[in-house]
Design a protein around this ligand. Structure first.
Ligand code: TYM
Length: 346
């Protein structure tokens, strides 16, 4: 057993290590899948990879306890159904590794109030009722920095909405290193899928597809049935023109551009090729084919997810084992950081 762990402990600062997280705060949509999860799957062979279902992040807004447990298992099932290998990667839910919150406290003494005040996601999520938002929602990016820095992650695959949080993680790491005159933390780099880094809502091409959008027609879920996918694409907002015939032409039409990005990513076809295939044709024809391409991507994952969800014992075992592997690394980091900042520990 120890030998197995050493494999994970064995990396040093020059290794390429990935960390990323997904919140179990709602159902996973095709934006999460194309923007983040496909990257996890593609990079798992080349990086030491650690993926967390970040349940402590989810409770920054109230969650029904039963639903949170179900969503945590569902995110794990989607990870596995999408092709993440639990024997090669570390996969766990955040709350089983208490070192995340330990490091978050230390880093909250490094991060500056002015830095957090600039976070646009807090402003969006808290809205007009900022005084009533939880303190957790405000300090959330510090916990996110702790998630990443705990494992000396060199790279973080995410969608564009997390870029600012990642820059903050770099600022915190840099200040900590300067304050303690040590190179304790490496500065993580984001990894983004160019065309899918921001999948937009199907109802409004100027808003990103989001778990919290009130309209269920704004997103395709990774557990949607074929009929639901078909209906959502039929209802997806577009203009009444014909399909564009150039990339430039596509880019001026938000909704069509978004659907072309989804087609290209799901069908693994270059966007230019998709544009030339449908150039000047009816949008309805494109939508019909798009539905098929999406179903081809989502259906196998959804079938596998539903099968995995029947075996809670197995899913909980994957999380438990992932957490014990993660804790070996996390504990080492915390001991090192405690020592550097002057804490006496075991
Ligand atoms: P979350 O749970 O909101 O989203 C999970 C991942 O999906 C990406 N994403 C999208 N990508 C493209 N288009 C979209 N419409 C879209 N919506 C979401 C997100 O960018 C993310 O990569 N704070 C993070 C979770 C987190 C984390 C971390 C990530 C906690 N700790 C450490 C990386 C490293 C979040 O709320 O993601």
């Amino acid at each position: 057993m120890l030998e197995y762990y050493t494999k994970y402990l064995d990396y040093n600062m020059s290794d390429k290590v990935i960390f990323s997280g997904v919140q179990p705060s709602g159902e996973i949509h095709i934006g999460n899948y194309l923007g983040a999860i496909t990257q996890f799957v593609n990079y798992q062979a080349d990086y030491k990879s650690i993926f967390s279902i970040v349940d402590l992040h989810a409770i920054t807004v109230w969650q029904d306890p039963g639903a949170l447990k179900n969503s945590t298992r569902e995110v794990l099932a989607i990870f596995l159904a999408s092709g993440l290998d639990e024997s090669k990667n570390i996969i766990f839910n955040q709350s089983q590794v208490p070192e995340h919150t330990q490091l978050a406290w230390i880093l909250s003494c490094t991060a500056r109030v002015g830095w957090l005040n600039r976070m646009t996601q807090f402003k969006d999520k808290a809205g007009k009722n900022r005084e009533n938002a939880s303190i957790g929602l405000y300090t959330y990016p510090v916990l996110m920095a702790a998630d990443i820095l705990l494992y000396s992650a060199s790279h973080v695959p995410v969608g564009e909405d997390q870029k600012q949080h990642l820059e903050l993680a770099r600022d915190i790491a840099h200040k900590f290193n300067t304050d303690y005159n040590e190179n304790c933390f490496i500065l993580p780099e984001p990894l983004m899928n160019k065309s899918t880094t921001r999948i937009m809502s199907l109802r409004d091409g100027s808003n990103k597809m989001s778990k919290s959008d009130i309209s269920e027609y704004s997103r395709i879920l990774m557990t949607d049935s074929n009929d639901q996918i078909s209906l959502k694409i039929k209802k997806a907002k577009t203009d009444s023109l014909k399909m564009p015939d150039t990339l430039k032409g596509a880019e001026t039409r938000l909704e069509i551009n978004n659907l072309l990005n989804i087609y290209s990513a799901c069908g693994l076809i270059d966007k230019e090729e998709v544009i030339s295939k449908y150039a000047s044709r009816e949008i309805s024809l494109f939508k019909k084919d798009l539905t098929e391409v999406i179903i081809k991507t989502v259906e196998p994952i959804s079938i596998k997810t539903n099968l995995l969800l029947k075996d809670e014992t197995y899913l909980d075992k994957v999380l438990r084992e992932g957490a014990s592997k993660a804790r070996v690394i996390a504990d080492k980091t915390i001991r090192n950081i405690y020592d550097k900042i002057g804490m006496i520990s075991k």
